[in-house]
Design a protein around this ligand. Structure first.
Ligand SMILES: [Zn+2]
Length: 674
């Protein structure tokens, strides 16, 4: 027997549970684990103990002090080291028969191309951002490698096994994107604490301490989006006045720092608000704000507006806790946050969770402006940006947001709450990560056994009666713009191969088994860029490199008649022994054979009448080439051949596809942008 001594006892439990067949395979199984954070650390431990033999662990991050409460492979001495490297080292000790290869890098780097993914038997995602998860999803579909996707948010978590053509992919169900707010809500008319927090974090802090950039771009954009022009004009004036304030903060100066804070205060909490108030129209249907008064707040004579939300402390002149006004500028921040001057219960006296009075917020504002200004003046930092773990910026955002809330009659928030909201923090819970990591391994076993009927989407949910729900996996969404495509890889030298050679090569001559679909009308994209279409061939003689189509990227070859699946062609590199005398590319064998698509309802309409003036026409309306025009008897119409992926691309570009008057479209088919 070749079993190393000790290993039979070590693996006897796994053998009993997994059965001889799977447990014998695991030591040869190659697994890619993407992410060595909360889920990743737990999962690495699990797969090392389960007996996976070859593990590649990839993460681009370094260890932060705040990780240590749940990422148990790291210790304090590891802070600032690579997560992948440290996790691999720690976990290697759990099982001497396992080889872990750590990579400190970004999974989106070009060398991690389709060929690279193909070397794995299975991929496990333990990622925390949408973009990387979508990327790995696509790469696994392209490489034909099964994936287990996962995520946690507080007490909630989910595990999703993904295997091409058998299960929904990560993109089959659209994901909601992070919430954004209109510029005017943030800048002029906040109505919720979060609006004031976003303002303090993303607008005021960068304006005062960020890089000196022109905020005009954002306002130009807002104007284009049709936001109130008068409001925008006022905001532009505000932006100009900021220059003087920035200068005051940077003056090496005889000016005492308290004066600088006062100048900032007078501008943003008084004159800017007064300017806004002068626009009577704005306040017809909403409660107008109250300009704040620095000295009156310090003297305790300022009467704030009553907050229009429950539990507000806006009525408190000197704060909810009745603290006496502090001597100007003398309040130590620590003392402030500790609530040393107030009689508070032990729970409320927790530094970060205490409700700050108006005067507390003013003093915290002064203190944090001074500290930030001193950092800039010291010359060590040119610009300061928000970091929830940087106390100075968190104090500044807390105080500024609360002062603004007071002006607008919005309830204020504790430093703790601001930290959560500004940092978009959903508390990470070690237990949830542990449960999810266990479930990932179970789904991975089903995938490795190819017991596709056993696959489940599993959710950890906040329901005591059913904390775990396991749902049979669904089939792919027919209109998914990712997994319904036909994936292939071409190995090539992008500096030598032309776009035309690639397209002709991939389409093949269409005769016999594996000879492609033959020449047909196609449009070619890289991401959202159109590189060619049947009536525009300017790029066909250009090399891929000159078109910036390089290793790791995809060419999307879209059938113009909308009948065949889109070909997603990944760009890989030639093997080192490829002779320069041979063509600078190796086509996939067999060539892609995209299937005929299930026709969406949209395409079954009979010939439409000419478009009416109120309808938007085809996105490429202006340059619809004559050939296309004649096909449609000169009538401009939305090309019926838009495939779901082409449609998706156009929609992502903000282009709207509305079919013609008699087309009975459901609302779901139309994206309207006002
Ligand atoms: Zn899909």
């Amino acid at each position: 027997m070749t079993t190393p001594p000790g290993s039979s006892r070590r693996s006897s439990h796994a053998e009993a549970i997994l059965g001889p067949e799977l447990s014998a395979r695991l030591p040869q199984t190659k697994v890619l684990l993407v992410g060595a954070g909360g889920i990743g650390c737990e999962l690495l431990k699990n797969i090392v103990l389960a007996g996976f033999g070859h593990i590649t662990l990839l993460d681009l991050d370094t260890i932060d002090l705040s990780n240590l409460n749940r990422q148990f492979l790291f210790r304090k001495k590891d802070v600032k080291q690579s997560k992948a490297l440290v996790a691999a080292k720690t976990a290697s000790a759990f099982n001497p028969n396992v080889r872990i290869t750590p990579i400190h890098g970004n999974i989106k780097e070009p060398q991690f191309d389709i060929s690279w993914f193909k070397q794995y038997d299975i991929v496990l995602n333990a990622l925390d951002n949408l973009e990387a998860r979508r990327h790995v999803n696509k790469m696994c579909l392209a490489a034909g490698v099964p994936l287990v996707e996962s995520g946690t948010a507080g007490y909630l978590g989910q595990v999703q096994p993904i295997v091409k053509d058998r299960a929904e992919c990560f993109d089959c169900v659209p994901k909601s994107t992070p919430k954004t707010f209109p510029v005017c809500t943030i800048r002029s008319t906040p109505s919720q604490p979060i609006h004031c927090i976003v303002w303090a974090k993303s607008y005021l802090l960068p304006q005062l301490f960020g890089e000196d950039e022109d905020a005009g771009g954002e306002l130009d954009e807002a104007e284009k989006q049709g936001e109130n022009a008068q409001e925008i004009a006022t905001l532009r004036k505000e932006a100009v006045a900021f220059k003087a304030v920035r200068a005051a903060l940077r003056a090496p100066a005889e000016m005492t720092s308290s004066d600088a804070a006062k100048i900032v205060f007078a501008k943003v909490f008084r004159s800017d608000i007064e300017n806004l108030l002068s626009m009577a129209d704005m306040w017809r249907s909403r409660e107008p704000p109250t300009p704040l008064d620095f000295d009156a707040i310090r003297n305790g004579t300022f009467v704030a507006k009553k907050s229009h939300q429950p539990n507000g402390n806006g009525t408190a002149v000197n704060g909810a806790n009745g603290a006496a006004p502090k001597a100007p500028g003398s309040a130590a921040t620590e003392q402030l946050l500790n609530g040393a001057s107030s009689r508070t219960t032990s729970a409320a006296s927790l530094k970060d969770q205490r409700t700050l009075s108006l005067v507390d917020n003013l003093e915290l504002f002064v203190a944090s402006v001074n500290r930030l200004a001193a950092r800039i003046r010291s010359g060590k930092e040119e610009a300061i940006s928000f970091d929830k773990d940087d106390d100075d910026t968190l104090d500044f955002v807390t105080a500024s947001a609360n002062l603004r809330s007071t002006a607008y009659g919005i309830i204020t928030k504790s430093r703790w709450e601001v930290k959560e909201m500004a940092g978009n923090i959903i508390p990470a819970i070690a237990t949830t990560n542990a449960i999810i990591s266990g479930l990932i391994v179970l789904q991975a076993f089903h995938l490795l056994r190819k017991s596709y009927n056993s696959l489940r989407n599993v959710h950890v949910q906040f329901r005591p009666s059913m904390p775990l729900s396991a749902i049979k996996i669904s089939l792919p969404n027919d209109s998914c713009g990712v997994c319904r495509d036909n994936f292939a890889e071409i190995l090539c030298d992008p500096a030598r191969v032309t776009l035309g050679e690639v397209i002709d090569g991939i389409l093949g001559d269409g005769e016999g088994e594996g000879a492609g679909t033959g020449k047909r009308d196609v449009s070619v994209y890289e991401d959202k860029r159109v590189l060619s279409d049947p009536d525009w061939d300017d790029n066909l003689d250009r090399t891929l490199e000159s078109l910036n189509v390089t290793r790791g990227k995809f060419l999307s070859i879209v059938d113009d008649d909308g009948e065949l699946e889109t070909i997603q062609l990944g760009i890989g590199i030639l093997p080192p022994n490829h002779s320069v005398d041979e063509p600078p590319y190796i086509l996939p064998t067999p060539l892609p054979q995209p299937k005929r698509k299930v026709k969406p309802r949209l395409l079954e309409k009979t010939p439409p009448p000419p478009p009416t003036g109120t309808k938007r026409s085809a996105p490429d309306d202006d340059d619809v080439p004559s050939a296309k025009r004649s096909k449609n008897n000169g009538v401009l119409q939305v090309d019926k051949s838009f495939s779901p992926s082409k449609r998706r691309k156009l929609e992502e570009d903000g282009l709207i596809m509305i079919d013609l008057a008699d087309s009975n479209l459901d609302d779901a088919d139309i994206i309207v942008i006002d």
